[in-house]
Write a protein that binds this ligand. Structure first.
Ligand SMILES: Cc1cc2nc3c(=O)[nH]c(=O)nc-3n(C[C@H](O)[C@H](O)[C@H](O)COP(=O)(O)OP(=O)(O)OC[C@H]3O[C@@H](n4cnc5c(N)ncnc54)[C@H](O)[C@@H]3O)c2cc1C
Ligand code: FES
Length: 283
């Protein structure tokens, strides 16, 4: 069973302010946002894997996952990669800039259902952003889970996100395995694609292993196949999928993938519920 998302008024746009903008890698920035005029912790509660619709005045609206909590400052984080009009407009706002926010929306990672299980988190590039709150929650509730492993890769070493977090996660008991597509000077780690990192995991207890995957769709497919090839059942594999979103609440149909509306039925879906549709080119 997938946990249900908390109720939100989907049409209410909250003015929020950028209070910090931290460059992560080329074209990728983590923004710390906070309600204008403050707001209680309950006002911005979200579950790992959910997303907000961010509205940049004069540019448009886009779906962006939460990439972390910032409870002390009563805010939350979004990690954004420059893509087109809206992401560039957000980067031009800078610290102090005000934008509109609706949310949180969507189904989260099923962390409660994974209690007692081993958890493998698989991410490619900016796909680590929606998984980071899950990594944080799993670390905070370490004793409720079995073995924890992160398999993460980026195109280049400088494209790896959240490099300061890896040691913290290792201290919390994570096996952290990294890879890059292309070598850069100074990189002494692995070169190869993310699904190959499954080879680093010895002695999997497949019956009680849950896999969470996010990244480019081709990586998701190959990572899921790598998990299946090792005997992990499809019902224990969860993927976060992206399609262009407009309403965020299952009313406009823009985010359709087969019978799924990914804003409402996802973005986190069980792999066997999406696999058939992911094989259809152009869907
Ligand atoms: C649930 C969800 C969560 C997301 N989380 C994040 C996040 O945490 N960080 C982040 O940087 N981005 C995230 N995205 C992607 C983000 O919504 C798009 O990159 C954004 O719409 C780009 O807006 P834009 O106007 O800058 O670019 P656009 O002009 O809309 O797009 C620029 C280029 O990117 C392509 N594109 C746009 N949206 C997508 C998409 N969803 N998937 C693949 N290609 C796309 C377009 O076809 C175009 O070629 C998420 C998307 C979804 C659906
Ligand atoms: S974004 Fe409108 S139905 Fe999903």
């Amino acid at each position: 069973m997938t946990p249900s998302a908390p109720f939100v008024d989907p049409w209410q746009i909250h003015p929020v302010q950028i209070v910090e903008a931290v460059p992560e890698s080329e074209g990728v920035t983590t923004y710390r946002l906070r309600y204008c005029g403050g707001g209680g912790k309950a006002d911005y509660a979200f579950q790992p894997g959910q997303f907000n619709m961010l509205y940049v005045p004069g540019a448009g609206e886009m779906a962006i996952s939460m990439s972390g909590e910032d409870r002390q400052a009563e805010g939350w984080l979004h990690t954004v990669r420059l893509a087109g009009v809206v992401t560039h407009a957000m980067s031009r706002l800078g610290v102090g800039g005000v934008l509109g926010m609706r949310g949180p929306f969507g189904k989260p990672w099923p962390l409660d259902n994974a209690q007692g299980c081993d958890v493998i988190v698989v991410a490619g590039g900016i796909g680590l952003a929606p998984l980071r709150p899950a990594l944080q929650q799993l670390s905070a509730q370490r004793s409720a889970y079995g073995r924890l492993a992160l398999l993460y890769g980026a195109r280049t070493p400088s494209g790896l996100l959240y490099r300061n977090d890896y040691a913290t996660w290792q201290d919390a008991g994570w096996q952290v395995e990294l890879t890059v597509d292309r070598h850069e000077p100074g990189w002494t780690g692995r070169v190869g694609v993310v699904p190959q990192l499954f080879d680093r995991l010895r002695g999997l207890n497949t019956g009680r292993t849950v896999v969470f995957i996010c990244g480019p769709e081709v990586m998701i497919l190959f990572a899921a196949r790598a998990a299946l090839a090792r005997g992990i059942p499809p019902q224990q594999i969860w993927v976060s999928l992206e399609r262009h979103m407009q309403c965020g609440v299952g009313m406009c149909g823009h985010c359709q993938l087969g019978p799924l509306l990914l804003c409402r039925d996802g973005p986190v879906v069980r792999y066997d519920h999406a696999e058939r549709w992911l094989q259809v080119e152009g869907l």
